[in-house]
Design a binder for this molecule. Structure first.
Ligand code: ADP
Ligand code: MG
Length: 347
């Protein structure tokens, strides 16, 4: 099974850039000028521009032992789009910069870009630029996403109001359990390379880790139903940590109900295999790329139309603090490390 291997040096930097970007067809009117000049030109036609960037380092943010390059390319784009959606904006362009060593062949970089373009096509964004450099060791990925929003309808973390409903999209904690499986199999593989990985039946949680999606549908739903969230953040570091951001930035407290936290059946089963509490995974796991937002109670009727949205609590006066009411009726302070705390109390 020897795969073809083309050295990057045979194309050179400009040859590689041309190879990677030659088939781009711009999809957005706002992409006035794309790849090929000193800079891209973007016209958002009276809209406001949202911009965000992420740096992803091999060994810190991803592990190529169990992350296929195509998935990595896809996820690199998605994590940035998620930040744009968290502003209630629509992403329109991305800029992708990579640092690569000669460990990677042209075929490997092609695989990475297959994932990049798959995400761009699915979300209707244009790749309009980037930078390509050599790295001595380790893959470096920097992605910038640009989006547009009708003036002053962007949503900050700091503007939640007392009495607002606290809501989340999708389900939480699965990506973390997916990571536990992959780390376990990696360890077994490192100790005895002949053993085939045993990931049977875990495709949901592993898929949530390796191929996350961004909640475009939720932002479109807000626009359609004319819902203006009062505060919003994307859930990349676990529900606890993101709730505390909204509370702190908005100078409020909150009540979160454990029983309302959306958890997929697949994730619950998988968590039990590791003897960990599914709630703890949702609170502290991370990499869900769901949205956490607050809305005025008067918008509740509109929200129930969407099965992908769960109301998990409400905002309170700041002196009430941030609390979780457990299934057993206990009341505990939400901490950024809510996990050990809950494990002790619940299992
Ligand atoms: P400069 O030397 O002016 O920075 P480059 O030669 O680095 O220009 O880039 C040429 C063009 O190719 C630019 O439009 C740049 O944005 C784009 N580009 C470079 N690397 C990449 C990449 N990895 N992915 C997408 N576009 C890229
Ligand atoms: Mg350059």
């Amino acid at each position: 099974m020897s795969k073809e291997r083309t050295e990057i040096s045979s194309l050179g930097e400009f040859g590689l850039i041309d190879h990677l970007t030659k088939n781009i067809e711009l999809q957005n009117a706002s992409s006035v000028l794309g790849v090929g000049d000193d800079a891209a030109v973007i016209d958002h036609f009276g809209k406001q521009t949202v911009i965000t960037t992420d740096l992803l380092l091999e060994g810190v943010h991803f592990d190529l032992v169990y992350t296929p390059l195509k998935h990595l390319g896809y996820k690199s784009v998605i994590v940035n789009l998620s930040d744009v959606y968290a502003m209630n904006a629509i992403p329109t362009q991305v800029i992708m910069s990579i640092g690569i060593s000669n460990r990677f062949s042209v075929e490997a970089i092609d695989e990475f870009y297959e994932g990049v373009y798959a995400a761009c096509n699915k979300y209707g964004v244009d790749l309009v630029g980037g930078d390509t450099t050599s790295s001595q060791k380790g893959l470096v990925i920097s992605v910038t996403a640009i989006g547009e929003v009708t003036p002053d309808t962007y949503v900050k973390r700091s503007t939640a109001k007392k009495g607002d409903l606290l809501c989340v999209s999708g389900d939480l904690g699965a990506a973390y359990v997916g990571l536990l499986f992959l780390e376990r199999e990696k360890k077994i593989y490192m100790e005895s390379p002949g053993v085939q990985p045993d990931l049977e039946g875990e495709s949901y949680v592993i898929g949530r880790l390796l191929k996350p999606e961004a909640r475009k549908d939720i932002v479109e739903f807000f626009a359609k139903e004319e819902i203006q969230p009062t505060a919003m953040i994307d859930i990349s570091d676990g529900l606890s940590s993101e709730i505390l951001h909204i509370c702190k930035e908005s100078a409020l407290g909150c009540v979160l109900y454990e029983e309302k936290i959306p958890i997929a059946e697949e994730m619950k089963k998988a968590a039990f295999k590791f003897e960990i509490d599914p709630t703890a995974c949702a609170l502290s796991g991370g990499e869900d790329y769901e949205l956490l937002f607050t809305i005025a109670q008067s918008d509740y009727e509109k929200l129930v139309l969407n099965e992908q949205i769960s109301v998990v609590g409400y905002m309170t006066e700041p002196d009430q603090g941030a609390h979780i009411i457990t299934k057993g009726g206990g009341k505990h302070a939400i901490t950024a490390q809510g996990w050990n705390h809950l494990k002790q109390n619940n299992s």
